[in-house]
Design a protein around this ligand. Structure first.
Ligand code: ATR
Length: 286
């Protein structure tokens, strides 16, 4: 038997989405592979929604150890994988699929982890407090799960479509965490006693309308974070900083959610550093 036959296969991973050209993940994983001197590859995989099941089922034959999933595949993948981890089940979305023994597909969600790690890295101390969440869409679900698991005692959700916020409040209320809703127009008045304000809407993103949300009632001790990272400093974060609030941008959530994925694919726990942030930001689309 030759040495070549004995060596383990080079781990191959990627990210599936449609469209996928905008994804920063190949750049991010490529940076870590190079930094850690690991053999491995990570590629952008354009997959149409109707081809998701076949593409996931074909991963093993194509030599992949796993993939990340992005828009629009995260929810659909829940019904395709063979096993879902409890966090992915609660969030109702999968952003990491690994190929296990006998080709079984294991679905996980690392977005809540990424959100929490980004806050902690930005100096936020997780204590039983109150959070205010703007939005009630898909991205919001991972944020709510993260906040409940961080030990927040109270979460208030404001969304343009009130029913979506009410549905989330019913679904995620826990004995340790009271979840209430606020009408979108009255939300700015519902900010006193808040420790953390989170924007999970698409407002403020490049090409989207601005998030016109008055911060006057927000305590200056509160942290403000935005899951939007293009632009890196959203208008919300800029206004928060100007009045003395600590602001944490959304890029860190993307970088931190990728760490468990990298570990699953390539076996090493990578670091989120300033050098990585700068490298990822050099991508002109961000
Ligand atoms: P995602 O899965 O990325 O969260 P989504 O499910 O479409 O995307 O949710 C986008 C969020 O941004 C929702 O909370 C949405 O409010 P609605 O539930 O009322 O649609 C919010 N959003 C988008 N455009 C908005 C706007 N112009 N004003 C207020 N909220 C807006």
């Amino acid at each position: 038997m030759s040495v070549r036959e004995l060596s383990p296969p080079i781990p191959k991973a990627g990210v599936m989405g449609w469209p996928i050209g905008h994804s920063l993940s190949p750049r991010l994983h490529g940076f870590w592979l190079q930094k850690l001197g690991l053999a491995g590859s990570y590629e952008a995989l354009p997959v149409r929604p109707e081809d998701l099941a076949v593409s996931l089922r074909g991963l093993q034959d194509r030599g992949f150890c796993g993939v990340n999933l992005t828009v629009p595949h995260k929810v659909a993948a829940c019904a395709i994988v063979d096993e879902l981890d409890p966090t992915a089940r609660r969030i109702g979305a999968v952003n990491l699929v690994t190929v296990e023994k006998q080709g079984r597909l294991f679905g996980r969600n690392t977005d809540a982890y990424g959100f929490t790690q980004n806050l902690l890295a930005g100096g936020f101390k997780a204590e039983r407090g109150a959070a205010f969440v703007l939005g009630a869409g898909g991205a919001c679900r991972a944020v709510i799960v993260a906040l409940v698991d961080m030990g927040f005692g109270e979460i208030r959700i404001a969304n343009r479509t009130l029913e979506r916020a009410e549905k989330l409040a019913r679904e995620f209320a826990a004995p340790s965490c009271k979840i209430s809703v606020a009408a979108w127009d009255e939300a700015p008045q519902a900010l006193p006693n808040i420790d953390l304000l989170v924007n999970t809407t698409s407002l403020g993103m490049k090409g989207q309308p601005a998030l016109e949300f008055a911060l006057d009632a927000l305590p200056t001790t509160a942290f403000v974070t935005d899951i939007v990272y293009a632009p890196l400093e959203t208008d919300l974060l800029r206004r928060a900083k100007l009045r003395g609030n600590r602001a944490i941008d959304g890029l860190g959530m993307l970088l931190h959610q990728a760490r468990p994925a990298f570990k699953a694919f390539f076996g090493r726990d990578p670091q989120v550093t300033e050098e990585l942030r700068r490298y990822v930001l050099e991508d002109k689309s961000c």
